[in-house]
Design a protein around this ligand. Structure first.
Ligand code: PMP
Length: 425
């Protein structure tokens, strides 16, 4: 038995499924997860000291590559001064100020410790600020695991959804309307019917949790218009896209201004940090100013904040996103060329430092379309790449991530390996 197999067997005895977050368990691709011992730049090493080129990037945060020396130093320096105080610090003001200065839609932010907390509270804030109960989300978008967001679409277009997790009573999601991504007509119809009761729309403005799905031209602008018209709030869940697709997230790329933005991943530089923010007029509803309650023992944790500040400083370097986007596009296009040359139905897409690979002839635009991709082919590809030392996300329904350390040599060696793998498929 290999060391990874031994560890997995041992993990499964003490941890449900052997993992602390389900997708890590390789359930959809089969086989044994790699237990990671260390990571540096574009590489991770598993329990057998096998090196992999990593396109998971801790599911997004590792935009500078793993263990960037300046981020690690910031963490070490902060740790020496104490791990947690439960009292305000100057560094958390700095992090708030940096976020506000980078994203024009933010006038105030509150720091939390995960994306789930950020989105859960953003929903509560939208409900508290509008006095309305209903919320709109989209099929295939993931916004963390709070009850009212764990919803799959109902059987009819405009029926309220069903829980997508056991343990969530149907009443808890009875106010959540789940619509098709990129279908503005469905949104307009929903607001025609329920507009006066809808507190907010929450959307991944570029979806990264059903593989990568871009917003159709006009979709986000349409959501903005509908919300404004009906007095509902627009929440951009930029937990994944924030500082990943560009220096101002999707709101910077499109010019569409949300009322509330949620952030996590990159802003913590690999440490647990999340945030939600918006205008002062909206944020005044949050405790202790207003009646919408939210709190956290470790919120604004000084060590995590130090990692976030160092990361945000480094990614502000001139040309950072031009380079990152170019490398990511090189990978996506290179994979597509090689797969098609091998006669496979394959396409790829990217936005900034995020990419999608699809075993289908066309880039999908909705959850229904992405569900048509050949997952068996993806699983074969995934395992062959893994055997050759390239670690993609272990699911056909996840986006991939490139870091600033994925240089030409790293991309080229990925493409060389992929060429062999595609040919053998
Ligand atoms: N929103 C989005 C768009 C996400 O991608 C994720 C995590 N992948 C979350 C929310 C939840 O964040 P976390 O895992 O930090 O709770």
């Amino acid at each position: 038995m290999s060391r990874n197999e031994q560890l997995f067997e041992r993990a499964c005895r003490s941890i449900p499924g052997g993992v602390n977050s389900p997708v890590r368990a390789f359930r959809s691709v089969g086989g044994t997860p790699r237990f990671i011992k260390r990571a540096q730049g574009p590489y991770v090493w598993d329990a057998e000291d096998k090196q992999y080129i990593d396109y998971v990037g801790s599911w997004g945060p590792a935009i500078l590559g793993h263990s960037h020396p300046e981020v690690v130093r910031a963490v070490q320096e902060a740790a020496v001064n104490g791990l947690s105080f439960g009292a305000p610090t100057e560094a958390e003001i700095e992090l708030a100020e940096v976020l506000i200065s980078r994203l024009p839609s933010l006038e105030q932010v509150r720091l939390v410790s995960s994306g789930t907390e950020a989105t859960m509270t953003a929903i509560r804030l939208a409900r508290g600020a509008t006095g309305r109960a209903k919320i709109v989300k989209f099929e295939g978008c993931y916004h963390g695991h709070s009850d009212s967001l764990l919803v799959k679409a109902g059987s009819g277009l405009l029926t309220f959804g069903n829980p997508s997790s056991a343990g969530v009573p149907p009443e808890f999601v009875s106010h959540t309307l789940t619509l098709e991504y990129n279908n503005l007509d469905a949104v307009r119809q929903a607001f025609d019917q329920h507009g006066a009761d809808i507190a907010c729309i929450i959307v991944e403005p570029v979806a990264g949790n059903m593989n990568l799905i871009k917003p159709a031209p006009g979709f986000l602008e349409g959501l903005r218009d509908v919300c404004t018209q009906h007095g509902a709030l627009l929440i951009f869940d930029e937990v994944m896209t924030g500082f990943r697709v560009g220096p101002q997230g999707v709101q910077g790329l499109t010019g569409v201004k949300p009322d509330i933005t949620t952030l996590a991943k990159v802003i913590g530089g690999g440490m647990p940090v999340g945030a939600f923010g918006g205008s002062t007029a909206i944020m005044k509803h949050i405790a202790p100013l207003g009646g919408v309650y939210q709190a956290g023992t470790l919120s604004g944790n000084p060590v995590a904040v130090a990692a976030g500040l160092a990361t945000l400083r480094l990614i502000a370097a001139p040309g950072f996103y031009d380079k990152l986007s170019a490398q990511t596009a090189k990978l996506a296009q290179g994979l597509q060329e090689r797969a098609r040359a091998a006669g496979l139905a394959f396409s790829a897409d990217s936005v900034g430092g995020m990419f999608g690979i699809y075993f289908s002839n066309q880039v999908p635009t909705s959850f229904a379309e992405v569900s048509q991709c050949d997952t068996a082919a993806f699983n074969r590809f995934f395992h062959a790449m893994l055997d050759h030392g390239v670690h993609f996300a272990p699911s056909a329904f996840e986006a991939g991530f490139v870091s600033a350390t994925h240089d030409d040599a790293v991309i080229q060696s990925t493409l060389d390996i992929a060429e062999q793998v595609f040919a053998a498929m």
